[in-house]
Design a protein. Structure first.
Ligand code: BEZ
Ligand code: FE
Length: 292
């Protein structure tokens, strides 16, 4: 049989009349057969196969699928320039961390990657080394210092570090509607020895947003929304793979039950408390060379 393909071309296709539950999958796959881009063809074919298998496996009812569509619609409506509910959904389903784990399998000795999260914003302010990136955010003061190096030990002079974190209330600056400037986020450049130092506030555990459909999902499945205390980093240096990661706080009660499955033991570090009540965190980032 022949049908008019989207591009206006006549294409051979599986007959799509009188399909039943045993033949519909094959018909949809046949309809994808003309996809010119091979990777798109592979992704769409696999997606259709797995979605159809899910429906068969669970004997999905029409009512349940309507509920699912309504849920996804609500996820879309919750999205805004500062609220990424789809990223949140991917995170709580473990899909974000699965893609990170598959694609960021670095050689031993490199700093491990973890989830990006929905609270990164482009265009963070730049700071001199030693500056206070908290910029008024509430929290206990903390000095963060460290070094960026290559796997072979070479210091990565001028490496760019971008840091972002939640404040003592467990909120990122973008979650405050009335805040018109960046807080607890910034970009710094390491010195000639690859060393960096900045002031900020101590990381505290916080719940991911639960006032939207993803929160409903967590409640319905009796899951807690907490993430262990962490700083986010994106570290970039010429000739090296950009690293997106967190540094987690040793002793946090949620290290083994992170709502988004992002904890790696190598990313857990001590926030050292000093007699004057201040904290320091020392951490070294090891970047993988870019493929030649
Ligand atoms: C975060 O760490 O900022 C985050 C990551 C995933 C979901 C929600 C928040
Ligand atoms: Fe975070």
């Amino acid at each position: 049989m022949q049908v008019i393909a989207a591009a206006g071309r006549i294409a051979d296709s599986f007959p799509v009349r009188n399909l039943n539950q045993d033949t519909i999958t094959q018909a949809v796959l046949a309809g994808l057969a003309q996809t010119p881009e091979p990777r798109l063809h592979q992704l769409m074919t696999s997606l259709v196969q797995h979605l159809h298998a899910f429906a068969r496996d669970t004997r999905l009812t029409e009512e349940e699928w309507k509920f699912g569509i309504d849920f996804l619609t609500a996820v879309g409506h919750q999205c805004s320039p500062t609220r990424q509910e789809f990223i949140l959904l991917s995170d709580v389903l473990g899909l974000s961390m699965l893609t990170v784990a598959m694609n960021q399998d670095k050689p031993a000795g490199c700093t491990e990657s973890t989830v990006f999260g929905p609270f990164h914003v482009e265009g963070a302010p730049r700071f001199e080394l030693g500056a206070d990136v908290a910029n008024g955010a509430a929290g206990e003061p903390c000095l963060v210092r460290g070094r960026v190096r290559s796997l072979d030990g070479q210091p990565l002079a001028g490496a760019q570090l971008e840091v972002w974190q939640a404040d003592a209330q467990g909120k990122y600056d973008v979650q405050y509607e009335d805040l018109d400037h960046a807080q607890a986020r910034g970009i710094l450049l390491a010195d000639a020895q690859g060393c960096f130092e900045f002031r900020t506030i101590v990381a505290e555990p916080y719940p991911i947003p639960t006032d939207g459909p993803v929160g409903e999902l967590l409640r319905a499945t009796h899951r807690h929304p907490w993430r262990p205390a962490h700083l986010h980093f994106r570290v970039a240096a010429a000739g090296h793979e950009t690293l997106v990661t967190h540094v987690f706080r040793e002793g946090d009660p949620y290290l083994d039950s992170d709502a988004v499955f992002g904890v790696r033991q190598s990313l857990v570090a001590d926030w050292v408390r000093h007699p004057d009540g201040s904290f320091t965190l020392d951490y070294e980032f090891v970047l993988n060379r870019s493929p030649a």
